[in-house]
Design a protein around this ligand. Structure first.
Ligand SMILES: *Cc1c(COP(=O)(O)O)cnc(C)c1O
Length: 230
């Protein structure tokens, strides 16, 4: 099946899942996770109207960004290495996977040098699995307060990944926990902290994520097909 057809199917599912839980599909942004897939597939998806693309490695991200004009929006969703922030700071629109103060410091510095502002999501470890990245829930307040005065970073919300399991009750409780954290901080008295976004849900758990309030879903396999490596 073509990328275009698979993309249309995913868009239809988003509408269906939103209808099923009384949400407006306009409140869910689809991020097409193009990692490992060629620029040609991105071009095909972009031709079908897809705007947001996600990558998890800086080098792959920057080489792909360079091949497209700024009608496309780019999301870094993979582990952040501070020594690579400089390479993407001039162009990346969103970084979903920030979990340490030194990453915030470096993004602020490089965004300022590039004369722009970068949207950041704080990744929280909601699955309690050691190999999963993200800050611990109790580290979140300090990270938010650290970022609040920064002029070239806008913290827009939280990102999380659920456990790799078919047990959707487990996945749901993890997504719900992230949503509760977001809700708690959304109306922070410090108006520089405003967490409207929840980036959660992938190919296998996007329905549960939408039901639990995701505003951004990161979908790769359902759009581009199975990957050979991740
Ligand atoms: C690869 C990846 C995705 C997409 O996963 P699929 O199961 O292919 O939809 C989403 N989020 C992150 C952080 C990823 O690395």
């Amino acid at each position: 099946m073509s990328t275009e057809l698979r993309l249309a199917e995913v868009q239809q599912k988003i509408v269906e899942f939103c209808n099923g839980c009384g949400r407006d599909p306009a409140g869910v942004t689809l991020i097409a996770v193009s990692k490992t897939n060629p620029a040609e597939s991105i071009r095909e998806a972009a031709g079908a109207g897809q705007i947001h693309f996600g990558e998890n490695k800086v080098q792959e991200l920057t080489s792909k960004m360079d091949q497209f004009d700024d009608t496309l929006k780019w999301h870094m969703i993979g582990p952040v290495q501070t020594n690579k922030i400089r390479q993407m700071a001039g162009r990346v629109d969103w970084i979903h996977s920030v979990s340490r103060t030194k990453e915030l410091d470096e993004i602020e510095k490089r965004a300022e040098m590039a004369g722009r502002s970068i949207n950041v999501l704080i990744q929280v470890n909601i699955s309690d699995e050691d190999q999963k990245s993200g800050c611990e829930p109790d580290e979140l307040p300090a990270l938010l307060e650290h970022a609040a005065p920064m002029a070239h970073i806008r913290v827009r919300g939280l990102m999380g990944m659920a456990s790799f399991t078919d047990n959707m009750d487990v996945v749901r409780s993890q997504f719900r926990m992230l949503r509760e954290m977001r809700d708690k901080w959304q109306n922070h008295p410090d108006k520089r902290i405003d967490l409207e976004h929840l980036s959660m849900g992938m190919t296998n758990d996007m329905q549960v994520a939408i039901e639990e309030g995701a505003t951004m879903i990161r979908v790769g396999t359902a759009i581009f097909g199975e990957r050979n490596y991740s």
